[in-house]
Design a protein around this ligand. Sequence first.
Ligand code: WT7
Length: 677
Amino acid sequence: MPSHSPPWAVNAEGVPRSLSPPPKQEREGEMPKDIHNTPPLLAGAHADTETYNAMYEASISDPEGFWAEHGKRIDWIKPFTKVKDTSFAHDDVHVKWFEDGTLNVAENCIDRHLATRGDQTAIIFEPDDPNEPAQNITYQQLSDEVGKFANVLKDLGVKQGDRVVLYLPMIPAAAYAMLACARLGAVHSVVFAGFSPDALASRINDSGAKIVITSDGAPRGGRVTDLKGNVDKALLHCDDHVKCLVVKRTGQQVTWQENRDIWYDEMAASASTFCHAAEVGAEDPLFILYTSGSTGKPKGVVHTSGGYLVYAGMTHQYTFDYQENDVFWCTADVGWVTGHSYIVYGPLVNGATTVMFEGVPTYPDAGRFWAVCEKHKVNQFYTAPTAIRLLMGQSDDFVTKYDLSDLKVLGSVGEPINPEAWNWYNEVVGKGKCPIVDTFWQTETGGHLITALPGATKLKPGAATKPFFGVQPVILDPQSGEEITTVEAEGVLCMKDAWPGIMRTLWGDADRFVSAYFADYKGYYFTGDGCRRDADGDYWITGRVDDVINVSGHRMGTAEVESALVAHEKVAEAAVVGYPHELKGQGIYCYVTLMSDADPSDELVKELQAWVRKEIGPIAKPDVIQWAPGLPKTRSGKIMRRILRKIAENEVDGLGDTSTLADPSVVDDLIANRAVK
Ligand code: WT7
């Protein structure tokens, strides 16, 4: 065994594992027309460093050949003949993969598995309340439920290309609804159930959806959110034609508007379990997912069908070393891209067993994650550093009292993982035996970009390590925009060429797609993150360099919080920055200038916190509000956020050049009254 390989690069017999490419399907010339006869693909991805290096090299030197082969891991109705047509050139950004192929995503996630794994569990549903029985949903049952759901949507007039908004708890119906849209070729847009009615309304309106799917209530952490009530409020701001399809979850009382609201169960009772699957183009949209950018308006990231599915499946298999019969658990919510790629599409296209958890890590106590791992014999566990930090603050007994011997791989996502959290995860949860894959990626990227592969990558606490196949990270000098070509480098993180899972555009805003991602550094995709590359060529993400903050792994534009604050009648002006927060990674620090007739008081702090929470959602509640008689501005009126960040971080000695400020004295006041000293 080569000395740089970690111990898990060998199998039980001490023989190095090899990273096998997905098995080739039996094909002579053309791919089969009848996709139901094609065997599902579940390859062993056990890795070693040499094989990773060779495969990575091949993916970069011959992307056409590499992806032509790996594109076959899914079933095509009409096989593609063109593999890749991509350009990041500023005046000609376009991304197309497998463009002349056609497929159906739901058929890939369900039908093709039925012959061999109809009785295998596809989804394990673990409810919020541990006393409520879990559900094991087989692939056959999944097929029936998705067929019914698709027929209900069809009866409501949903057609190929139509947008459907989902606002649901983490229940199987969320997956059914996503897959039902995919079956019809409709485009889903899942809105996180923790978002406010206003946030929901703006997403319904921007996407032009004519239907929103919700549930009566959403149990979470022993409390119930009135989801239907939120939809009622949202729909006051939407077109009268928008319908609301309601799934029963809690059985609670709901308000009802005839001709608009429909009980799912009533329609499903008479719906057939068979629904014809639409043939969609590889580049037809599969979903829109709204995420935060540098302005107040969320961006509708558009993912298409073929390339996304190939990439979600491949990263799920390789990054987590998913093996036949393993139980995979990603703790994210389907309201985020992590849930799309690693609860639903990646696992299901691979014929895997995926856990859907409705609850929170600390209910009924801080042992819940580990109780669920024991109960369902979880093999791969994927969560966020913020959850790990929260749990490591509790007694280790919450972990050690459970049998976690089935765990093989641990994953981390959402923000840089600090070494203390990494070590606790490794030692207390993984007992030093489970490789930790720290997966760097984004809503926009569809799947992992930079991540370790179990067995293939030497792990370092806090490093995302190496690029996935086909991904070409570069580090640029932020000022000159030049590539830094030395092995050791620090700067902004960009990507040189496209991989199949990258977004294709922003919904209804092709110009912003180019200006947000391809304009600052011409010829590259700009991630918005800072990054360091060490002497071994490993990548360490250092955090966002734009006006986006990362609160408990949730991405938020500071501008969104600012516009919520200034919408309050007592607020004249607001500037929002992130600051280091022990549990959340970053907290929300708001500088607020009040209207002249408003009095700064503790009550007003609480009022503004509650206000932002209501406007955006609980995750956006400000941690700190500092009254600011004035904000540091340049003579041209631009707020100097760099200074506000430093004050919030309590780094007041290194404020840098303040000479361009219109009134330097405001800075002294802000320093004197800063929240953290
Ligand atoms: C931003 C993207 C992709 C799923 C979850 C978040 C940060 C994400 C890591 C990581 C360091 C990370 C980046 C990125 N981020 N994963 N492993 N190490 N930072 O998706 O909401 O689109 O946020 O999350 O800053 O740009 P998202």
